[in-house]
Write a protein that binds this ligand. Sequence first.
Ligand code: PRX
Length: 664
Amino acid sequence: MSTPSAIESVLVENRVFEPSEATVKAARISGMDAYNALCAEAANDFEGFWARLARENVVWNKPFTKVLDESNAPFYTWFEDGELNASYNCLDKHMGTPNEGKVAVIFESDGGEVTKTTYKELLAKVSQFANALTARGIQKGDRVLIYMPMTLEGVIAMQACARIGATHSVVFGGFSAKALQERIIDAGAVAVVTANFQMRGGKELPLKSIVDEGLGLGGCESIKTVLVFERTPTQCNMVAGRDITFTEALAGQSTTCAPVMVGAEHPLFILFTSGSTGKPKGVQHATGGFVLWSKLTMDWTFDLRADDVFWCTADIGWITGHAYVGYGPLAAGATQIIFEGVPTYPNAGRFWQMIERHKCSIFYTAPTAIRSLIKSAESDPKVHPDRSDLSSLRILGSVGEPINPEAWMWYYKNVGKEKCPIVDTFWQTETGGHMITPLPGATPLVPGSCTLPLPGIMAAIVDEAGHDVPNGSGGMLVIKRPWPSMIRTIWNDPARFKSSYFPAEMGGTYYLAGDGAVRSADRGYFRITGRIDDVLNVSGHRMGTMEIESALVAKTDLVAEAAVVGRPDDLTGEAICAFVVLKRGVPSGDEAKQIAKELRDWVAKEIGPIAKPKDIRFGENLPKTRSGKIMRRLLRSLAKGETITQDTSTLENPAILSQLGQTY
Ligand code: PRX
């Protein structure tokens, strides 16, 4: 199941799974003719196509008259003079419809308690929280940092910000105090919404103390309020005047709150993600386009029906948890499952048991989760999906990293029982929603391929100069025309936005995804071959090699130099491999093990446990060319354990190759 063999098996993949006639007949986009008709509509009248969809799928307080403005490309705007509120589109709009009393969220806690919240109840909770934010002086345009467990309250916080026009920035609960501090400073946040603790796998893990530590690192004077959700009864430190519990903040607040209407381009949220430099980028998304696409892709990609029970397992700290937990399912009027815990607690059958318990019909998860559950199911029949009744399922989804055909087939057979289409959705933090994906009632499926772009998404594969490459040849994935849910800018760094995503060599208007891809010769299906920049994808989590390198060299008492590369990993897709030069020379044996542990703990503290290098190797130097450039290609070969066949004649010190062969 390793990545190279996965790529090889994709290259020879010739299994095709056609949707059943019944599925096609019942689908919203029914058959390839319907798909092609939508694509033709977009090609013939691009703005008219998007205007129609925006009118049909978004409730506008003030209708837009302009569709797309390209005059300041690549700073595109969509529906600019329209006004709306995202929370209105997710909640209020359902009032007085059959959705009012429908369950919006089935929440299952780590420990297994289940609570159900209707749309009407959720509107009241969001309104009350919005009033609590307003009472603390938070208003339209302010930034609010959300550092929460995967609970209903996290979604309420997001929706409440949107309701008052505040821009949220959710930071995954696994990031460190330092990472939090950097994001608070960059966003200029005025408040933090957090919890005393989070529950994961039966353990109570601190959140508030990490916030305290982050704020204590300095530079966070903009923070005036810390709202603390009492997730568990355990007390946490509270700073008088700054910190307030949810109970106190909500006390006496009304459960109605008029939504603040904002312009379509108003920043709905900033979400930090890794790029190819040491500093994470604050990806800024606009209200109108994001609401449109998160709602519409629920309908298109998941072919959502009124009686579906939708479950996206992503955390709200990632883009998937924004589009397909925080907004899309609510805007589409779905019943969704929100799960606080981890797939392996109390046992690795948890996902399957939950699908049975809540009669989940659409299940959307990451390949890493599937691969780890395959491993568990193969070693312990008690947690095999066969032990649960999965007959409620009708559509499966995959997101975040390439899914290898072996994992795809297992998912298809053992979870979907060969009757559920798998939508392998390719997209990114920057794209705001699905870009390339099969449609369950139309697209014939090929394992390991995300198949074809959604209508209106002008995806192509090009060479360095921006020219299309023929099918069968690899190249760079670009989107040639803007789309409504695209990134608007990098917060505080428009120049980086322009240079990272819209290369001048390609004309300055093609969006460069940063992934390599190839289209199949027969069907023109897209297959993503992986990142072409210094970004790694570990368990579907994006990590910048430079970020990890900066963290390592910040350990100044130990580290002189460090280089980080990815290597294929059976379980996590890619694994982080760090090559380190210590100030004290090359360690070995127990000392090397001890230092490797120290460095991993350090990286966990600087960034978060997800950034810990799996492999650490020590050398007295790094392989460099005579001009002093680190030979990363060589490091990648070493990390994979390959015999070095590359030309090493330019290498200053060939002897270090053997030192760097030892992993700790
Ligand atoms: O490399 C691609 C991979 O994940 C990257 C985007 O990561 P992030 O912004 O964190 O968003 C992940 C969730 C949308 C992409 O550049 N990726 C995402 N989905 C797929 C994928 N690679 C292959 N197949 C996918 N379906």
